[in-house]
Design a protein around this ligand. Structure first.
Ligand code: G4P
Length: 525
């Protein structure tokens, strides 16, 4: 197969949802279709139990599991599908944000009874920022659900995107009879006892009497009415409006019952984008370009605490990646060869000789990589789109064992490279502040420092509201600001100036008094 064909057959995407909406179940069913796994339950739930705030064993297990399930590749009908998993726990939202920079499209799972929930809304904001095309799967139709029109309105309103249903549910809960597939014009009947669904009944004309025979007169009357309304209200499905992320196609089904999943997959494969161009600081890079390039969006560390080995997840943006070939680590300006790059197929990983744009390869690493690093065939490219977000929670981190200060420094450094949290160093007194999006990270850091680096840390409270990255064309004003606010100035790990505002009021005051300075809540603007 030629290079271009290899790219064209790739579909790299993530499934996102609020915890419990059915992401894991849907992933698993897709893998079953792909023949990548053979029994249900093979995909371990990649989530920390919601109740366990300090169950460290759970965190450890979690980290073990999530390497295997971070990327799940499978072959289906000539396509190479790459599903990138995202952590369900909201304290790891930043991990999810970064993963979303490595996908070309997204499937959003929504619970039909609960509708759009908080976490989904947040993740959709990231998709919107990057214009990522999304398909919505309304799950759990076998349970009493909200009215489908209400659900669609809710999706439009809450996720701020127009929708176009491509399937339509017939009833819900105990009365769920199936879905009518508008994309294929066929009827799929639901049988809760059966896990695998047979071919749908093709019904070109919904006025056909066949429909009444299949689902009963009452249901078919209602379905006809609703479909008429659907066609009246929602514009025809257009590939372009899906691809430019202005319209989200919507499917209904039940992942647990394997219902509506195959239709979702078939449609997804037809319409989802192939590997898209990637934006580097220097220029736009096309997937079809011959020279290899890619970036690291995730680092997984210390699977075995006795070996400081890490796995850097590299997304291939252009060209063919080959084993044992010299590539340039752009930040370090250094050539490197990778003798055992791994690919991820469902729940296995194995060494590969080559990989293509859209694929993710795992590079064993002894500490050379940071999140956001670019690797190329020589060109100095810096891939964009891996911003740091202002953390929500802050604490001073202090060394609790004076004999181990080196270990602590190294441990903190490496954990920050992995993107577990952000480190800010005060320009005023040199104290180190850890910023996170969730409270759980503080425990993870403390635990991992101890177990992987034999270092102990303790935290001290600090009252901070937000970390802001600064930008200004007025150098004089910026310098003046930094001097006056020295107490509140810090450097992030890349040495950039950060203003640590201790309240919304203080930030507002700074914005009012220093009109030429922009205060940003993300590091990329
Ligand atoms: P998540 O990854 O988004 O957090 O959700 P997950 O797939 O783990 O699903 C959450 C719960 O919802 C699971 O039940 C799962 O079995 C159930 N579920 C998923 N899809 C459907 C569906 O279509 N219909 C119904 N009725 N339930 C569904 P659980 O009891 O929390 O976990 P488990 O012990 O069954 O694994």
């Amino acid at each position: 197969m030629g290079f271009k064909e290899e790219i064209k057959r790739r579909r790299t995407f993530a499934i996102i949802s609020h915890p419990d909406a059915g992401k894991t179940t849907l992933t698993e069913k897709l893998l079953l279709f792909g023949g990548a796994i053979h029994v249900a339950g093979a995909v371990k739930s990649n989530k920390i139990k919601k109740t366990a705030t300090s169950d460290f064993m759970e965190i450890e297990k979690q980290r073990g599991i999530s390497v295997a399930t971070s990327v799940m590749g499978f072959e289906y009908d000539g396509y190479k599908v790459n599903i990138l998993d995202t952590p369900g726990h909201q304290d790891f939202a930043e991990d999810t944000f970064r993963t979303l920079t490595a996908v070309d499209s997204v499937i959003i799972a929504v619970d039909a009874a609960k509708g759009v929930e908080a976490q989904t809304r947040k993740l959709m904001e990231v998709c919107r920022m990057r214009n990522t095309p999304v398909i919505v799967f309304i799950n759990k139709m076998d349970r009493p659900s909200k009215d489908p029109f209400d659900l669609l309105d809710e999706v439009e309103e809450e996720l701020k995107i127009k929708v176009r249903p491509l399937s339509w549910p017939i009833g819900n809960g105990p009365d769920f009879k199936g879905v009518y597939n508008l994309f294929e014009k066929s009827l799929y009947l639901f049988d809760p006892g059966k896990q695998v669904v047979e071919e749908g009944v093709s019904i070109e004309d919904i006025n056909d009497n066949q429909l009444d025979t299949d689902i009963g007169e009452e249901s078919s009357e209602l379905l006809r009415e609703e479909l008429e309304l659907v066609e009246g209200v929602y514009p025809e499905f257009e590939m372009d409006s899906y691809r430019d992320a202005s319209v989200a196609p919507v499917f209904f089904g039940s992942a647990l019952n394997n219902f509506g999943v195959r239709e979702l997959l078939h449609c997804f494969l037809k319409i989802a984008p192939t590997p898209q161009p990637s934006q580097a600081e220097e220029r736009m890079v096309n997937a079809e370009e011959e020279k290899f390039s890619g970036f690291v969006f995730k680092i997984h560390a210390n699977m075995d605490p006795n070996h400081r080995n890490r796995l850097a997840f590299l997304k291939i943006c252009s060209g063919k990646f080959e084993r044992n070939t010299n590539y340039k680590h752009v930040r370090l300006g250094k050539n490197m060869k990778f003798s055992s790059p791994t690919a991820f197929m469902a729940d296995k990983k194995s060494i590969i000789d080559e990989a293509y744009p859209g694929d993710i390869v795992g590079l064993p690493d002894s500490g050379n990589f940071k999140i956001g690093d670019s690797v190329t065939q020589g060109e100095d490219l810096h891939y964009k789109g891996l911003p740091s977000f202002s953390p929500e929670l802050f604490r001073y981190i202090e060394n609790a064992d004076p004999m181990k200060s080196k270990q602590l420094a190294k441990g903190i450094d490496q954990l920050m490279d992995e993107g577990v949290a952000q480190l800010f160093t005060s320009q005023f007194n040199g104290r180190k502040v850890i910023g996170t999006v969730g409270a759980l990270q503080f425990e993870v850091i403390q635990y991992r420092l101890l177990h992987e680096y034999s270092a102990s840390c303790r935290y001290e409270p600090i009252n901070l509201y937000k970390a802001c990255w600064l930008k200004s064309d007025n150098k004089e004003q910026l310098d003046d600001f930094k001097k006056r606010k020295l107490q509140y100035m810090a450097k992030d790990k890349y040495g950039r100036d950060v203003f640590m505002a201790d309240s919304a009021y203080m930030l507002q005051l700074a914005q009012d008094n220093f009109k030429d300075i922009e205060f940003h809540f993300t590091s990329e603007f």
